[in-house]
Each structure stands twice: as C-alpha cells, then as structure tokens.
Design a binder for this molecule. Structure first.
Ligand code: PMP
Length: 363
C-alpha cells in the first residue's frame, strides 16, 4: 500500500515545501480558479502567467527589501549554470575575480570561473576541512577585482557566513542557494545574488538571480543570448519559455513566507530550530558537530557519531522512524539534518527525542 503520510524530510535539496503550498497546488492543479486550465497549460505570455510572475517578483522584492535598482530574474540551469554565467558576464578580459573557497560548491564555482578567466582564490578554509568561514583578516583581496564571490551557506559542510566580508567597492557576488530568504538580508551589500530554488523557495528548475542594474552593462553583446543577464533582464525572464510551474510554486512559497511575518519571523524560527538541534549535539559528546561553533549553519546541521558503523545504524533507524534524508553528503560522510524554512519545528523536536533514545541505547 502506498502511504500518503508525510515523513519528516531532512533532504538537502530538493527539500521540504510548506504543506499549505502543496495543498494549494493540489487544489489548483487541474484548473486554476477562474482560468479553467492548470498553470502548466497556459502560455507564458498570457496575462494570467504575467500576473503570477509579477506577483512572485513583487513578493521577493518585498520580503528581502530588494531596492529598485536591482532586477529579479528567474532562470534555468540551476546554481551550477550561474557558476559559468557570473564570470561570462562580469569578468572582463584582463581582470581578476576573487573567490573565497569555503567548500565543495565554492570549489565548483572556482573551477568554472577558471575556464573563463583569471581567478584569485582570496581565502580558503580547505586546510581545516572547510569547518569554518575565514575571518576578514585572512582574505587577500585584489584591489580592482571584477567581483568577489562567496557561498553564503555551505550546504555540504554545514557552515555559513555570519557577517559579510568587507570588499570595499568591488561587487560582492553570492551563491545563496541554501540560505536564500532564510532571514533578513541587506541586498545593498551585494552586486549579484543567485541560488537554485529547490531548498527554500520552490522546486528545482528555477534559479533566482538578483542583480544590481549597473552590472548589466558588463554583459557583452557577443555572449550566447540565453546566457546574457542583460537580455534576460530586458525580457523580464521571458526571453524563452521559463519554468512556469516552478515560478508559480515559488510565488506560493513567498506568499506563505509573507503570511508567517516575513524574513524576521522566519529567521527567529530558523534560529530556534537550529538551537534545539545544536544543543542536543553539544549535550554529551556522543554526537559531534563538524562545523566550528561560530560558523555553524542554521540550515544544514552536520554531525558525526563515534563510528561510521553507528552513523549507518542511526540513519537506518531514523528512516524507519519517519526521519528521512539524514545521511551526510557522499563527499564528507557523517550525518546532516537540513532544516530549511519549511521544515517543521516538531520534526526537529522529534529528531532530538530520537537522538536521545539512540544515545541511551547505543552510547
Ligand atoms: N551551490 C550550493 C551552495 C548548493 O547547495 C548547490 C546544490 N546543492 C549548488 C550550488 C548547485 O545547485 P544546482 O543543483 O541548482 O545547480
């Protein structure tokens, strides 16, 4: 018998979505009210879709306080395509881009940028197994760099930037895939922010890009059309057919965030959820958090048990008890609880109970 009971889904992404969003999507799936067709069946140039798109953009602008001189774009190809588009558009010939290496995804961004231009790895915590974010004093920034790239939350290693680096007048570019809209953000500090939607914003297949308007002038006319931010902005993300269903869901998720009280409210909740879990991890020493305390992510909580054997048992028993997706990324092993915006607090409390019982029986 297939089950329709929802488990607690700790997946790192695609990840849990708010139940009210899924319910509304289910209600509207066969026919959008007043439209008589599903959102997947209408033209991306129709008034109905234009309104959905405008609403999603307006919600993001309102939630994150995106200033008027920034454009909000929805693209495809995931954050991984942004690893290429950022240098293609922003890294001019003869210039250098600074990258801070804080983990697996930062490394991938660096590898892609290197295919296209000159990269200076301006700081790295690789020697510490990426268990922390570097301090400002460790960064050796290039004075006239095209941009400085950071990964605001390191999904695999479980770290996040608590304060942004000071990069003077150089545009700060951020891969915010795994903590986008998880708390208030000062967009003015950035030149460009990007992220795949599939953790905090919606389904996979939509990539959010927030770009300061003056940077659009850097996009050369020789770029492939689809990979040109200026073209995407001039066409309001409708140069070609976008992921209409994904944008619709993202719109619903942003409505849900607004109904909760916006980013200050969700930040409070995220802080509370993460604290619950970190307190349990720190309680006895049976569990060991892998990130240094001052760099701990509120989204991806990575921890180890005394042996790999126990980690396997933990994951297996947790799954059987309805706590799904706790296995750490294959690159680092261990365990990882991803608790994005939509992850329910009672699931965190439930996991804490499970952890106590597991320690009692295996510790
Ligand atoms: N950057 C970060 C921080 C990520 O967590 C991920 C995906 N887990 C990516 C980039 C790659 O994203 P995508 O699969 O959307 O290309």
């Amino acid at each position: 018998m297939p089950t329709t009971t929802r488990v607690f889904n700790f997946s790192a992404g695609p990840a849990v979505l708010p139940v009210p969003v899924l319910e509304q999507a289910q209600r509207d799936l066969v026919a959008l009210p007043g439209v008589g067709m599903s959102v997947m069946e209408i033209s991306h140039r129709s008034k109905v879709f234009e309104d959905l798109l405008a609403r999603a953009i307006a919600n993001i602008r309102e939630l994150a306080g995106v200033p008027a001189n920034y454009r909000i774009l929805f693209m495809q190809g995931g954050a991984s395509l942004q690893f290429s588009m950022v240098p293609m558009n922003l890294l001019g010939p003869g210039s250098t881009a600074d990258y801070v290496d804080t983990g697996t995804w930062a490394t991938k961004a660096i590898e892609e940028a290197r295919r296209l231009g000159t990269v200076n790895v301006t700081g790295s915590t690789k020697a510490d197994k990426y268990n922390r974010i570097p301090a400002q004093s460790e960064l050796r920034l290039t004075a006239d760099a095209s941009y400085v790239h950071i990964t605001t939350n390191n999904t695999i290693e479980g770290t996040e930037w608590k304060t942004l680096p000071d990069v003077a007048d150089v545009p700060l570019v951020a891969d915010a895939s795994s903590n986008m809209l998880s708390g208030p953000i000062d967009v003015n500090r950035f030149g460009l922010i990007y992220g795949g939607a599939q953790k905090n914003l919606g389904p996979s297949g939509v990539t959010l890009v927030v770009i300061r308007e003056d940077l659009l002038a850097r996009s050369g006319a020789g770029l492939p059309t689809m990979l040109n931010y200026k073209v995407q902005a001039e066409n309001n993300s409708l140069y070609n057919t976008p992921n209409t269903f994904g944008i619709y869901i993202l719109g619903l998720v942003t409505e849900w965030l607004k109904s909760l009280g916006g980013l200050t409210a969700i930040a409070r909740l995220n802080q509370r959820k993460a604290s619950l879990l970190y307190s349990e991890i720190d309680r006895t020493g049976f569990y060991r958090g892998t990130a240094q305390k001052e760099s701990r992510s509120l989204m991806n909580i990575t921890f180890r048990l005394p042996s790999e054997e126990l980690e396997k048992t933990f994951d297996r028993q947790a799954s059987a008890d309805g706590f799904d997706g706790l296995k750490g990324h294959r690159a680092v092993g261990g365990l990882r609880a991803s608790i994005y915006n939509a992850f329910p607090e009672e699931g965190v409390a439930g996991l804490v109970d499970f952890m106590r019982e597991f320690e009692r029986t295996h510790g």
